[in-house]
Design a protein around this ligand. Structure first.
Ligand code: ATP
Ligand code: MG
Length: 441
């Protein structure tokens, strides 16, 4: 019956009530709908405007909607990158009192793209490999918290650009099963096999539609997820033995895990009876090592590789400007207002939807590095920004959905620094950069 609409939501947004719930989702008027790229799915999913943002609405049964809502909430609590659940709406009916499907409402993940919308013409093998690597990393994280995903595929994943790589987010949690005691090897292998078969199918599908490059072999790429997954799983969870005079290996292991973006909670170190062999077993807690450091220092929320890239730049700024006992947080703030924010502000308003600020900054550093290579000398930051905006950014397709206000909270003009590090390799040593940091006057 109309009027008995039932909304379950942790963060109730009253505007939810204004959406036309008495209409089947496929009959919603255009004014409510946000036209954005979407993956293929069995259920009807549409994007709608809600309080100045965009939400994804999936029509399904009330049991499934509730289950997926709870699952996504749990996964959020476990810090798994996934879409944010907003509400479950049941008891819908049309104006004649005929029942309508229940819906799950999730927040649209900004700047995310379904894999089919990530490239414009044909999918190249290296892009496909980066997608599969990102999915492998997500699957490892999902397994580490004890979730059997059950329907691992490119379609059930959203991708965001992450400094030359991709970051994967779980979008479809309908088939997930959480095991508090962790997963068995058999369960993990099962999920991995589902992933491999689904990816092969998805790529063959694209191939049949002429949407992959000739040199891309779907089987080869889909097998890649198995290799990438195993490598990462071993690095994160495997124990290691070495002789007791090779203790540097302990530090090396910790650094390797940090480089991969993970923090460890504890490291079990055991020696055998003779004391000649040491065995270490890390317990990895969280992904997002660099993300957290960047957030703590600057308040910027970026993807892991972007964060690493920005921190590299920040660290080289610190090396150039900070004295012996310079305060890390103070310098980070200085870097933010003198380097990062002026770059973000320099992006013309009509281009702000192209890429998110951290990705722009990363690309700008690359661009500047290539300019310097071509010209044989350092290029001031301001000049690189102008060239990047005109020659690169302007020619990109739009990726944004809802455009945030600029990152900068400061309104005063701040002098722009003319130099920042610029190696395109995020792992490059920032201290090897001998640029200076003069202020532009
Ligand atoms: N919060 C969101 N942000 C961005 N895109 C979303 C969101 N929720 C859903 N989508 C898009 O809608 C598509 C379909 O969603 P979903 O996979 O949940 O539907 P489904 O019908 O359960 O899929 P399946 O056919 O795998 O069962 C996704 O691939 C994604 O592109
Ligand atoms: Mg799906």
């Amino acid at each position: 019956m109309s009027g008995s609409l039932n909304i379950t939501s942790a963060t109730a947004d009253p505007a939810l009530l204004d959406l036309p719930w008495h209409l089947p989702l496929d009959a919603w008027p255009n004014e409510n709908i946000a036209a954005l790229p979407k993956g293929i799915s069995r259920h009807l999913v549409r994007f709608a405007h809600l309080s100045g943002r965009v939400v994804a609405i999936k029509e399904t049964t009330s049991e499934m909607a509730k289950r997926e809502y709870e699952m996504l909430r749990t996964l959020q609590g476990l810090e798994i990158p996934c879409v944010e659940p907003l509400a479950v709406i049941t008891n819908r009916s049309d104006v004649d009192g005929e029942p309508l499907n229940s819906v799950l409402v999730t927040r649209h993940l900004k700047f995310s793209l379904p894999y089919r919308a990530l490239y414009s013409q044909t999918l190249r093998p290296d892009t496909a490999t980066r997608l599969v690597d990102a999915l492998a990393a997500l699957l490892v994280r999902v397994h580490m918290v004890g979730l059997f995903w059950g329907d691992v595929s490119l379609s059930n994943t959203l991708f965001r650009r992450d400094a030359g790589a991709f970051a994967a987010y779980l979008v479809d949690a309908e088939t997930g099963q959480l095991y508090t005691g962790g997963l068995s090897n058999g369960q993990r292998e099962n999920d991995l096999e589902i992933a491999r078969v689904n990816i092969a199918g998805e790529l063959m599908d694209l191939e049949a539609g002429g949407r992959v490059a000739d040199e891309l072999d779907p089987i080869n790429v889909s097998n890649g997820i198995v290799a990438a997954y195993r490598l990462l799983w071993k690095e994160l969870t495997g124990s290691e033995s070495f002789s007791s005079n090779e203790r540097w290996r302990i530090t090396e292991r910790v650094e390797r895990l940090n480089d991969l973006g993970f923090d460890i909670e504890e490291l079990t170190i055991k020696t055998d009876e003779t004391g000649t062999t040491v065995r270490i077993q890390p317990k990895v807690v969280d992904a997002g090592h660099h993300q957290r450091r960047l957030l703590r220092l600057t308040g910027l929320d970026a993807e892991e590789n972007q964060a690493r890239r920005l921190l590299n730049d920040l660290d080289s700024y610190r090396a150039s400007y900070g004295g012996e006992d310079a305060d890390e947080e103070m310098l980070a703030h200085e870097w933010l207002v003198r380097v990062f924010e002026p770059v973000v502000r320099a992006i013309p308003r009509d281009l702000k939807g192209k890429l998110e600020p951290a990705e722009v900054f990363h690309q700008l550093l690359d661009h500047r590095w290539f300019m310097a290579q071509n010209q044989g000398h350092d290029v001031p930051l301001a000049e690189a920004v102008t060239s990047y905006v005109q020659d690169v950014l302007r020619h990109r397709r739009d990726e944004a959905t809802v455009i945030d206000p600029p990152t900068g909270s400061l309104t005063m003009p701040i002098p722009v620094v003319s130099g920042t590090s610029g190696e395109p390799d995020p792992a490059a040593d920032p201290t090897s950069d001998d640029e200076d940091w003069r202020l532009k006057v």
